[in-house]
Each structure stands twice: as structure tokens, then as C-alpha cells.
Design a protein. Sequence first.
Length: 437
Amino acid sequence: MLSAFSRAFKTPDLRKKLLFTLGIIVIYRIGTHVPIPGVNYENVQFCVDQAKSSQGLFGLVNMLSGGALLQITVFALGIMPYITASIILQLLTVVIPRLEALKKEGQAGTAKITQYTRYLTMALAVLQGTGLVATARTGTLFQGCSMAGEIVPDQSIFVTVTMVIVMTAGTAVVMWLGELITDRGIGNGMSILMFISIAATFPGALWTIKEQGKLADGWIEFGVVILVGLVMVALVVFVEQAQRRIPVQYAKRMIGRRSYGGTSTYIPLKVNQAGVIPVIFASSLLYIPALVAQFAGGTSGWKTWIERNLAEMDSPMYITTYFLLIVFFAFFYVAISFNPEEVADNMKKYGGFIPGIRAGRPTAEYLSYVLNRITWPGSLYLGLIALVPTMALAGFGANQNFPFGGTSILIIVGVGLETVKQIESQLQQRNYEGFLR
């Protein structure tokens, strides 16, 4: 990986792309520290210091925003509205025939779906920004902080609308910065910004573990966490690279005087075909009852039960429900994102077949059978990786935002591998010596 980056910096055009990407990252990180108008910055910092050990329901979103959510800055919403909009559009593509037809139109249809994603991102940004301002005004954002109710001193309608508009505009700027990286930089812009947001929280989280440690002034716990992180990264890289290759043979065809086909290739089916999406789905779904209980007043029985079983990460009910939801969403997402019938029809159209399997429906059934078989270990792997923060919480008292948690590791490793692959492919395009050997 390091050799790929060093060779990229030696190539003039790739060096410009890398420097451009680094410049956008610097602008993005500056925006995560600029507070929005109407917020008392000193009170926010006071409450953030008190909330470091437990960030509650907003921990995942705060991590994906690079710590900007609890700071209530211009980029407080980060790229979460865009991620949510992308997932919603991807799910609706299976349900709405119009979106499915646009997806099959190629580049023009993809551009149209991207435009719909932008519109939906803005709508979600307004919704999420309003929710964040409401929780900040009522003091729910920092429960237990004595200054939580004084974060927004002026609670007039004008100030509230201004705060929502500024955060929505910040989301639009983040989306624009991500598209600039995609067009003029290296890698997928949104993925890069997500990578930077998560990586930015690592030093603070690691140092917090060191300060809270009791063995050798915290250095023992610090070293154990680093060791666990390295083992997890190696495990995630191994599984993310694992794939089941289905061999495909194309028969020879005579078109005019030319012969086409006669080649052999394969269909790569990844063990973790769903990526990090099931973990995000499961986390978001589990946040809903806890969020409802947090806003509900009184001490009713259902609220107490939710707070005891679904709001505490180390409760057996939470662990079991979280694990089962991840397994369910892994199968659900794979089912809607990979269509064996469509793949089998395309293979049959171009004269392709799997050796030993008849073309058409038998091929679709075989692909569905193999996909279900490899999704089981992939879903169990996702569930175990996602439970690492819970085990760390029970093992040595780490906070809920354990730096090497399942979501963060999966995103960082996935984005890192994809970016390195893109750099190596661009280097290969510029180095023709390898093709001549």
C-alpha cells in the first residue's frame, strides 16, 4: 500500500489528484470545527467533556460526522443524510419500476438517480437538522450535563430557522466536496470523507482509554486495544477479500466472418456481499425505541423496560436483538442487491454458461444456492465484528464508542482497500512496461 502511494506521488497527474484530495479533506476538517450561529460554544464544550464517557444514542452519528455532531458545527450532520438517501434510493430501485428502468439506462439513468439522491439528501438534512436543533434546545442532546439547557440561549423562531438552514447548507457543501473528490481526486469522494470522519475520532478515543486505564497508568489497556485493533484489521481484510468464484464459459459464435466468444471468466461472489449496510440498518432500527423512550416523559413500565434492555449495550436482550437484526439485514440486502435471474438471463443472452449447469432457470437456482451458502458465514462475521464494542465495554470498561468497533473498522478497511485498488489501477494504466513483458 505504501509503495502504491509513493509511486503515485512520483507520477505528476496522480500527485495533483492526491494533493487535491488532501486539500478537500483539510477544508472538510476545518468545517467540522466551525460552530453554527445561535450556539453557546463554551457550554457545548463543557457538555462534550462530560459526555466523552457515554455519548448515548448519538454515538454512531457523531462518529460518522468526525465528532462534529456533538460540537453542533456547520458540518454537524456530516454525510449521514447522503448515506441515508443513497440507501433509500437503492432500496426503492427494487420496488419502483421507474427507478429500475432508469438504472438499466446506463450513464444517463445513473445521473438521474444521482439527482434524485441529492434532492432526498436535502430533505433529510432539513429533517435531521430540525431534530438536532430541537434536542439541543431542550437539553436532551447532553443528558446529565448541568449546562445542557443553556446550549442555545436564544430560542426564538428566527434563530432556530437560521440554525437549521446553516446545517442544511453545510450538508450541501459536504456533498459537493465529496463529488469534487470523485471527479478530480482519487477514489469515491463520499467514502473518503466517511473514512476521514471515522479516523479523526481514533486518537481521542484511544487516549481516553489510556486515561481511564488502571494498569501501568493505562498503558496496558492502551496496548491491548492497539493489539485487538491490529488483529481485527487483519481479520476484516482477510474476509473482505474472500470470494467464491463461479466459473463461466462462453461458447464460440460466428458473426459474419468473425468468431466471438470461446473465453472463460468467473463471477466473483464476496463472502461479505452486503458490506457494512446491515450493521447500519440494525443500529438505526435499535435506536428508534431507545430514542422514543428518551423523549417520553414519566416512568412508565414500557419505558423502563426499553431503557434496561434496548438502551444498554451490555444487556443480553440488546446483544441478541442486535446480532439477529444484522443477520436478517445481511440476507435482506443481498436478496435485493443481487438478482440471480437477471444474471442468468444475461449469461444466456451472450452465450455464457456455468460448466455442468444448464443455462436459464437452473443457473439462477444454482447462483441463489451458492449465494445463500456464502451469506451465512458473511452475516455471522458481521454480527461478531459489530459486537466488539460490547465485549470491550464488558471487558475493560471502554465507552460505547470503542475506536475499533465493527462499523468503524468495516468502513475504514473497505474504503482503504478500494482506494488503494484505484490508485494501483491508475498506475497500471500509465505503466505500459508491464503489458509488454
